[in-house]
Design a protein around this ligand. Sequence first.
Ligand SMILES: [Zn+2]
Ligand SMILES: [Zn+2]
Length: 352
Amino acid sequence: MPTREMNALVKTRPEPGASLDRRPRPPVGPNDVLVAVQAASICGTDLHIYSWDPVMRERIHPPMIFGHEFCGTVEEVGSEVEAIQPGQFVSAEMHVACGHCLQCRLGQQHVCQKLEIIGIDRDGCFAQYVKIPASNILPIDPSIPRDYAAVLDPLGNAVHTVLAGEIAGQRVAVVGCGPIGLMAIQVAKACGASAVYGIEVKPERLKLAERVGADGVFNPRESDVVAAVREATRGDGADVVLEMSGNPQGVQQAFKMLRAGGRLSLLGLPPEPVTLDLVPDIIFKGATVQGIYGRRMYDTWYRMLSLLKAGALDLDPLISERLPLERYHQAFDLLRKGQASKILLYPNGIPR
Ligand SMILES: [Zn+2]
Ligand SMILES: [Zn+2]
């Protein structure tokens, strides 16, 4: 019999930090799946939770296990679950939609009115085991590398953003080259974008952007990035701009570098309201502006898994660290100092 307890990284109190505790293994309801976590990835949101930043204080109710990006092996399934079997390699959509509201009934579950997020609103995956509703489980083809399967949540954000409009033959500017921006560069190239430009303030991230295939990289601290994108596109501006920085200035520049008639998709979350000049930036431009949240259930997932299966994406350059869960302290330290990109944690030990 496997142990009924598990190691878990718990946000124990409403203050900075977290602690590695022994917690009971989650009980499996009739429609649940219990997954033994092979690899979990740390998101910017987790850093906010760990540091107890103001943005998370209303939302998170300690004590709770956080973490929402992972892959693993099915350990146990509930009595009503037929489609998933123990031993399967899986990941999961961690946004749980209610299934009953207007949006859910219209096929827009990603903006469900009663959306709950595993790892934010209920116990997450920084633990040896995580409980997931069976309908949210995605079986993963074993040919997809384990570590790639641990970052499907942010990769799904990238795929959702890139494919929210036409992309083949388009000149694309990606504003913000953190992990999701770097993924978006690759997805856009894989889907036929004719050129992709990366805009980012951190030099090491710009290097990564070039490494993953950006046709040009521009640093707003060193040059006029709007002029640079215009120049690179023969004066037109980018056909598609993907805003992934959440930086208020980055957002403003994103609108300026968009060509008339182009598409701007916003994924980054600015920490404060951003002022826009609607007349020149949107109305006279005839711009299409869209907010992007989560992943489309499950259109985004199938496209993303197909891209991975085709070998179209190289996520290795994005994974900077691999640590056992016990060394979470070091992981969050590296992220806080900006010395890491994607860090993977292994709650059941690092496999050889
Ligand atoms: Zn995340
Ligand atoms: Zn709903």
